[in-house]
Design a protein around this ligand. Sequence first.
Ligand code: ADP
Length: 253
Amino acid sequence: TDIEDRTQALARLQQMQSDFARMNRVGIMGELAASLSHEITQPIASARNNARAALNFMDKQPPDLSEVREALGGVVGDTDRAGDIIGRIRDQVRKAPPRKDYVDLNTAISEVIALARSSIVSSGVQVRTRFADGLPPVHADRVQIQQVMLNLILNAAEAMGSMKEGARELSISTEQDRTGALVTVRDSGPGIQPAQLERVFDAFYTTKSLGTGMGLSICRSIVAAHGGRLWAEENEPHGAVFKFTVPGHEAGS
Ligand code: ADP
């Protein structure tokens, strides 16, 4: 019947949306993780060889301290090199120039919510939105801002999905602030310890067994490239709040 057809079509659409949401998120992060792991494998292997050599020279009777010193110098050099590689890749992300346009944030965010709908629903999460009326357009790369939103929404849904009890509420709002727009993504999940509120933005910081720890780090780079700021706060009585600003088109470049 017509209703069955429509139900099936809707189910397919939802599946597509969920796949797309996952692909999109794994996309940039997967690429970054792949190029990072490829490039830093070499200095890490070399550090290991040098450390092993140092151990062997220590085990000699008597220990050969000048060789130990040389091998440890090698370890320092290798780890510096690994650090440089990470820094370089992060800079590339930061420098990728956003393709800026006039973007209606409320519409852009609604699209992301629609896209993430099935992940949201399957985590048992209720979404509430409060969009500012007449929010002036921001000068931004729509797709990049949508990636930030998608990541924040999926993180929130994942965090709440892991809870055994309690309401799972995701509230998303936009408002005008002094220099442009302020977006708030608030969840009622387990939240983030005060000491970790900054650390969650570190590259590779993750508490998930399959996490890359790159999501928030990339989100912060994207927002910074737009001249805005992204930060985390605690929600009351529990949960996490992520906020970011995007300068309006007069304030932005
Ligand atoms: P990943 O999702 O791969 O772990 P992210 O950089 O997106 O990488 O997140 C880093 C960490 O920050 C997560 O592993 C989690 O511990 C924490 N986090 C992010 N969002 C939330 C949230 N909404 N609630 C609680 N913890 C969060």
